[in-house]
Design a protein around this ligand. Structure first.
Ligand code: NAD
Length: 494
C-alpha cells in the first residue's frame, strides 16, 4: 500500500475556487452574512480550515421557510415545461462547471478527484432526468362504477419541503432531492451537512444562474442542526421532510414529523451483504468487491459491509482482494494516482480502529492494513479481515470506512440467513453464474435494491431506497417525483 505525500498548502487554483464559493446563507435569492460564529470547513486530508461560512440560527431557518412558503404558489403555477427547462439549464451549467464542482468536493470531503468527477456525472443526471419528468406528471379519469359522474384524479405539488442531506455525497444527495422537488412544483429549504456545505452553496448559485426564481431554493447550513431544524419541522406551512443520513437521526426526525403528520422520505443507513457463491466468476466478484467496498473510501450507504463467501472459494477470494487492496494508493484526493482519500474526520478514524480491535479480539485476522498511518489528515489504511466471528461489532454496525470483513458459509440457506441478519435493508450484492440461484437471491435477500454480479447499481433512472430500518420512500426513477406530489380526487357529477 503506497502512501502519497500529503499536500499542506492550497494551490492557486484551489484558493481561487474557494474564493468563488459563496459564504452566506441563501434566502429569498440573496446571499446573507450570518450573525453568529462562522462554520469552519476543513480539508480532511490535512485537517486545515479551508473556508469560513455563515452559520444559520433558528431565526434564519424560519426566514428560509418564510421564503419557500411565499414562493410556493407562483412556482407551483409555473408551467411544467418551464420548470423542466430551468432544470435542464442547471444540468448544462453543471457540465460547464464540472471541474470546479469535482475539485470542491475533493477539498471538503476528501474523495479522489476521479470519483468526485463521477459524482458530478451521477448527481447531474438527476437534473436531466427530472427535467424530463416535469412534463410527465399526470393523473387519470373515468366514469364512476355506478355511472353517477366522472372521477378525476390529479397530482399536485405537496408544497414547501425541508431537505436535509449528509456529507458523503455532497452534490448527488442534494440534486437527488432538489431536482424532483422543483420538477414537481415544490419550493425547498435545504440544510446541507455542516462538514461539507460548500458544494451545496456553490450549487445554489448555479441554480440561481440557471433561472430558479428567488425563494424556490433556500439554503441554511448550521452547526446546530437540531435547533434549526425542529422549528421548521413543527411549522404547519411545511408539507414534506426528506432526509438522507443515519438511522438514529432519521428515527428522531420521524418522531418530530409525526406531530404534524408530515409527509416524509427517509434514506437511512445500510449494512449491505455481499454474497459470493462457489460458482461465481471470481474476477467479477473481486472487481465488484473493490467498487462496493472502497468507492468513496467505504463511506457510502450502499457500501458492502459484510462479505459472506462460500468456504470453497473464501481463501482465493481473500487472497485476490488483498492483492488489489495492497495496490491502492492513499493520499489527498487531488494527487495523481490516489485511490483512497481520507475519512471525513478523526471520529471516523477512531471508529475504524475500534472495529478492527473488536474483531481481532474475537478471533479475526488482519491480512492487510488495520491502522491509521502517521501524519496529518484523517486517513485509515484499507483493511482486509478474515475469520470474522459472529457477534463482532463490524458485522452489526454500518462500517462507513475502508474495512473489508470476510465470513464464510456452506449452504445457500446459511448465506441467506446471514445476509438478512440485520435491521437494515438497503442493498444486497450476490455473485453467482447460476441464473436460477441469482433469481432466488433477488427474492430472498430482504433489501430495497440488489446488485447481481455487480458492485455498483446507482442510476438516476432507478428507484433508490431501502426497506426495514434503511428507510421509507424512493429517490430517482419514475418513483422519485411521486414523493413530492400528492394525489387529489374529484367527483364531477353526471
Ligand atoms: P447524520 O445522520 O449524522 O447527518 C445527516 C444530516 O442530518 C446532516 O445534515 C446533519 O447535520 C443532520 N442532522 C443531524 N442531527 C440532526 C437533528 N437532530 N435534526 C436535524 N438534522 C440533523 O449522517 P451523516 O454522518 O451525515 O451521513 C452518514 C449516514 O448517512 C450513514 O448512515 C449513511 O448510510 C447515510 N446515508 C444514506 C443514504 C441513502 O440514500 N440511504 C445515502 C447517503 C448516506
Amino acid at each position: 500500500m503506497t502512501i502519497v505525500d500529503t499536500v499542506t498548502e492550497l494551490s492557486a487554483r484551489e484558493t481561487d475556487l474557494l474564493d468563488r464559493v459563496p459564504d452566506g446563507l441563501f434566502i429569498l435569492g440573496n446571499w446573507e452574512a450570518g450573525t453568529r460564529e462562522p462554520i469552519e470547513v476543513q480539508d480532511p486530508a490535512t485537517g486545515r480550515v479551508i473556508k469560513r461560512i455563515a452559520n444559520a440560527t433558528p431565526e434564519d431557518g424560519m426566514r428560509a421557510l418564510d421564503a419557500a412558503a411565499a414562493a410556493a404558489d407562483a412556482w407551483a403555477a409555473t408551467p411544467p415545461r418551464v420548470r423542466g427547462e430551468i432544470l435542464r439549464r442547471a444540468f448544462d451549467l453543471l457540465q460547464e462547471r464540472r471541474e470546479d464542482f469535482a475539485l470542491l468536493m475533493t477539498l471538503e470531503m476528501g474523495k479522489p478527484l476521479a470519483e468526485a468527477n463521477g459524482e458530478v456525472t451521477y448527481g447531474g443526471e438527476f437534473l436531466r432526468w427530472f427535467s424530463e419528468e416535469a412534463v410527465r406528471i399526470s393523473g387519470r379519469f373515468g366514469q364512476s362504477p355506478e355511472g353517477t359522474g366522472t372521477m378525476v384524479v390529479t397530482q399536485r405539488p405537496v408544497g414547501p419541503c425541508f431537505l436535509i442531506t449528509p456529507w458523503n455525497f455532497p452534490l448527488a444527495m442534494a440534486t437527488r432531492k432538489i431536482a424532483p422537488a422543483l420538477a414537481a412544483g415544490c419550493t425547498v429549504v435545504v440544510k446541507p451537512a455542516e462538514l461539507t456545505p460548500l458544494t451545496t452553496l456553490f450549487f445554489a448559485q448555479l441554480l440561481a444562474d440557471a433561472g430558479v426564481p428567488a425563494g424556490v431554493v433556500n439554503v441554511v447550513q448550521t452547526s446546530t442542526a437540531r435547533d434549526v431544524s425542529s422549528p421548521i419541522i413543527a411549522d404547519p406551512r411545511l408539507r414534506k421532510l426528506s432526509f438522507t443520513g443515519s438511522t438514529p437521526v432519521g428515527r428522531s426526525l420521524l418522531a418530530q414529523a409525526g406531530q404534524n403528520v408530515l409527509r416524509t422520505s427517509m434514506e437511512l443507513g445500510g449494512n449491505a451483504p455481499f454474497v459470493v457463491f462457489e460458482d461465481a466468476d471470481l474476477d467479477k466478484a473481486v472487481d465488484g468487491a473493490m467498487l462496493a467496498k472502497f468507492r468513496n473510501i467505504g463511506q457510502a450507504c450502499t457500501a458492502a459491509n459484510r462479505f459472506i463467501v462460500h468456504e470453497a472459494v473464501a481463501d482465493e477470494f481473500a487472497r485476490r482482494v488483498t492483492e488489489r487492496v495492497q495496490a491502492l494508493r492513499i493520499g489527498r484526493g487531488t494527487e495523481d494516482g490516489v485511490t483512497i482519500g481520507p475519512l471525513i474526520d478523526d471520529r471516523a478514524v477512531a471508529s475504524m480502529a475500534a472495529l478492527v480491535e473488536d474483531a481481532v479480539s474475537r478471533g479475526a485476522r488482519v491480512l492487510t492494513g488495520g491502522s491509521a498511518p502517521e501524519g496529518d489528515g484523517y486517513f485509515f489504511e484499507p483493511t482486509v479481515l478474515v475469520d470474522v466471528q459472529p457477534g463482532s461489532d463490524i458485522l452489526r454496525e454500518e462500517i462507513f470506512g475502508p474495512i473489508l470483513a470476510i465470513t464464510t458459509f456452506s449452504t445457500e440457506d446459511e448465506a441467506v440467513a446471514a445476509a438478512n441478519d440485520t435491521e437494515y435493508g438497503l442493498i444486497g450484492y450476490a455473485f453467482t453464474q447460476d441464473l436460477a440461484r441469482g433469481q432466488r437471491m433477488i427474492d430472498r435477500i430482504d433489501t430495497g435494491m440488489m446488485g447481481l454480479n455487480t458492485g455498483l447499481v446507482s442510476n438516476a433512472a432507478a428507484p433508490f431506497g431501502g426497506v426495514k430500518q434503511s428507510g421509507l420512500g424512493r429517490e430517482g426513477g419514475l418513483e422519485g417525483i411521486q414523493e413530492y406530489l400528492s394525489t387529489k380526487y374529484t367527483l364531477i357529477p353526471a
